[in-house]
Design a protein around this ligand. Structure first.
Ligand code: FMN
Length: 213
């Protein structure tokens, strides 16, 4: 039996990180590691937006799918984030996986997913979550918890015996990446930063840079 020492495992990981030419493939490997190691919500990511008032805003959302086209999350289309993305579709995402001491930062353009794609995803949600999507006027003022519960009761009754349609005001965005930065912790704060850049979304090749930590 051949045993692999921690030093050679580290060397293997270093070589893989150094050789990576495809950021989506590297993201996929890191996301698999996060799913195997992170105690809670490895798919949680901060989403930063900046609307026409020029005031940046940030909140957590959940990554629901990703591929070479980009990174998808779902939300209410009347929410503050959606209003800001309508005004300015430049967006940034940030993952931090504490168990791995790794961070991934993504900048790009947010585009609406297709109606079909949103329908397919909505159908996978639990019925309570589907009703929750109807019940919430996300980001609008709420007088009291009772008002929200009344909305939940209304839609629970409406859909008691039938399939819940996707609300027309609920869908997804795909952040098509122009810059993806991978950061991993190294000793003495001499961390690794590897950046993949391209000028436009249709460009298949990425320019690769390293940055001082
Ligand atoms: C871990 C976590 C995951 C979340 N995932 C989502 C999500 O996928 N979609 C969503 O609309 N809100 C999600 N939220 C709630 C948002 O952070 C935010 O409160 C809400 O979307 C309203 O944001 P806005 O007013 O900026 O639009 C999540 C919150 C947390 C803490």
């Amino acid at each position: 039996m051949t045993s692999v020492s921690p030093a050679s495992q580290q060397a293997g990981r270093d070589a893989e990180f150094d050789a990576a030419g495809d950021p989506i493939g590297l993201f996929g490997r890191w996301f698999d590691d996060a799913k195997a190691n992170e105690a809670e919500l490895p798919e949680a990511m901060a989403l930063a937006t900046c609307g026409s008032d020029d005031m940046p805003d940030v909140r957590m959302v959940l990554l629901k799918s990703f591929d070479e086209r980009g990174f998808v999350f779902y939300t209410n289309l009347g929410s503050q984030k959606a209003v800001e993305l309508d005004q300015n579709n430049r967006a940034a995402l940030c993952f931090h996986w504490k168990s791995l001491t790794r961070q991934v930062r993504i900048q790009g353009r947010a585009e609406a997913v297709s109606e079909d794609e949103a329908d397919v995803y909505f159908a996978t949600r639990s019925k309570q979550s589907q009703i929750g999507a109807w019940a919430s006027k996300q980001s609008l003022p709420l007088q009291g918890r009772f008002d929200l519960e009344a909305q939940v009761a209304k839609y629970t009754a409406k859909y008691a015996l039938k399939k819940v349609d996707r609300p027309p005001f609920w869908s997804g965005y795909r952040v098509a990446p122009l810059r993806i930065e991978f950061w991993r912790q190294r000793s003495f704060r001499l961390h690794d930063r590897r950046v993949f850049l391209r000028d436009n979304i249709s460009q298949p090749d990425w320019k690769i840079e390293r940055l001082y930590p």
